[in-house]
Design a protein around this ligand. Sequence first.
Ligand code: GL2
Length: 832
Amino acid sequence: MDARYKSREIERRSLDVDGLKRSFLEWLVYSVGKDARAATRRDWFHTVALAVRDRLVDRWMDTTRTYYQQDAKRVYYLSLEFLIGRLLTNSLANLGITDQCRQALDRIGLNLDDVVEAEPDAALGNGGLGRLAACFLDSMASEALPGYGYGIRYEFGLFEQRFEHGWQVEYPEQWLQFGNPWEFPRPEVLYPVQFYGRVEEFRDSVGERAYRWVDAERVLAMAYDTPVVGYGGDTINTLRLWSARATRDFNFGHFNDGAYMKAVEQKVLTENLSRVLYPNDATEGGKELRLKQEYFFTSASLQDILRRYLQHHSNFDSLPDKAAIQLNDTHPAIGIAELMRLLVDQHGVLWDKAWDITRATFSYTNHTLLPEALEAWPVRMMERVLPRHMQIIYEINAKFLNRSKARAAGDNARLSRLSLIDERGDRRVRMGNLAFLGSHKVNGVSALHTELMKQTVFADFHAEFPERINNKTNGITPRRWLHQANQPLAALITSRIGNGWIKDLGQIKALAEKADDLVFREEFRRAKRKNKKRLAAYIARQTGVDVQVDSLFDVQVKRMHEYKRQLLNILQAIALYNEMRDNPTVSWVPVTKIFAGKAAPSYHMAKLIIKLINDVAKVVNHDPSVHDNLKIVLLPNYNVTAAEIIMPAADLSEQISTAGMEASGTGNMKLALNGALTIGTLDGANVEIREHVGDDNIFIFGLTAEEVNDLRASGGFNPREVIASNPSLKRALDMISTGVFSPDDPHRYHPILQALTDGGDHFLVTADFAEYCEAQQEAMDLYRDQEEWTRKAILNTANMGWFSSDRTIMEYATEIWDVHPVKPEHPAETEG
Ligand code: GL2
């Protein structure tokens, strides 16, 4: 081998500073094609990413090969969303070469932190559901579980949010514009996916009735693989994302007509399938393209899973022993009908057998009880787009209802609730029911949410299958959300208890005893202050507002949604502003209210709340009479990268959803792990956070889920009375309605006021207002006592170990998937 080539081979693997430096310089020239003098920050990012990628390829292949050779049972996590964020810091940290990389760049005269900034944030998700999928990938790899992620390689991720005159405006997000160094295109891994057409009945070779799907339109799904590095770099799993490609024959038909432009147009239309992520969070648009996206990635993934299975097996009997398929919400639930189709129509498996295999293979996670988010596709659309699947769904339904009928004893209402078809109005396919029926396990994402699933949406199914519903409380990866995002605190923790917590977050419990240690408290505060300074600088850059680093950083970051009640928070801010103005001589605890979050582009109320926050901020931030004791900021374009700056810097974590409406929340976990105290309702995982951190270390207020339910059911709730009896609430609302914050358009906020009064205040903002303000007062009072506050903050961090996604994923692995860790076998490591 050419000596120079050989030396490059060695360098591709070397993890020391010199080797890294040499390979950076090589990569810059030979792969990025730039001279060091002309290279931009982005060129350096691509250079470093490619050089780092080299260092994980061997172990990636070892991992895949080991799974193959052992014919290990794999778990397939099917998700329409993966909210990944940046990967460079993550890859370096999980490979354990951050310091070496920093030094190597130093020697070239570059700063790693600058290089990191050039990486776009991969935002292939809307919020918690997509970020959970990304945390799960990290945990599966870190726990050495043979896990694959399957999703869509959207060309445009979640829109970029800007504020123009205080209003949200959406811009396309173009994360792939300059290429993606982490992905490996696999042009040879292609699967056909069909739409439309019709079903033909025929007699098979033994004279049985059989079906084939004909005259359909065909799209190809092409794979792009991204390595998923586990902590320590030993296991490197795969995230496989599908991109739509037009088939060649599709176009040729048009060429023969001479309609060249039409053919190209058709190609563009076909490839729109993977063009853009739908920006709705927990609401369903019901659009045909969305249904096609769901089927597209699910069908391609199932074909890929069966191909892999058939490498070792000649029939499907042991599919459930070799593959567990997790449905992340109902988005891939059509996979149940698709696996039936593949088994029955394409592989000749008998129906009943195919059904047993399907049910034993699939499991389903429900992520929300909001009725508007429960997917229900119009039967007419389904019949047109996926005619064979519609038939299969009818068949599944008929068999199920027949069996239930025997037990339902004439309870037709119950049968119609169990049906896969909602017969009211225009008929719809209930994807939640299909997912439930086609899975052996169904889980909720927090203890409360799982209980509510049993009592509400799935009550009838739960009675029918009492063993099927189980709880898997969400978690977050401590690698990204503490080790990487909060280096000052991570270093402090490691200095006291070693670094075992990164892999086994339960160990962080050992910090609890340090809460009484004055020196440790001082250092804990110093770390927090460092993070707050960083956030303050970010706020100044993003919004032009200067905030006091020593003020109480009160943080609400999440999607803008009425049930999450950003409105409650801003109303309390107005009330506090009034109190400060009324009592200028009091020594107030300075407060900085920090908001961030996107609203779905069509969600007018959420967008109006954004405008309100911006309008209130403008007035408050410019009012000299509050002496900088209150600042309000709404940061634009909240994403994973922004979250990594915000979470470590928060003092107070706002988790104030109407009880019963937030399935779990995961931001609540990130904030508490980083030492923020929670102010929250007994909703979602807040309930379990309270159990872990202790009642004294959290501010709980407001109606419980049960009380919310009763209040709504009684119909006796009158928000006008509540408002009339609470002068500070009344005054805040009057200010909004008289245009104090919108002098240019005094009626701007009429819809909000209307919803809170005549609208019946569905989210019970007025009902919880008084208690919320009391809890806020308690928090401010406590903040004056920095020692006591810090003690509680430490206890929060120390008691959040259970909320690691490693714990969550191992529960899935043992209780749902029956998948076990597999240590990759490395053939004699890199001798050169
Ligand atoms: C969500 C829930 O709203 C949220 O409470 C939960 O933490 C996440 C992850 O389980 O799932 N459901 C949902 O549809 N979205 C969520 O974030 N988008």
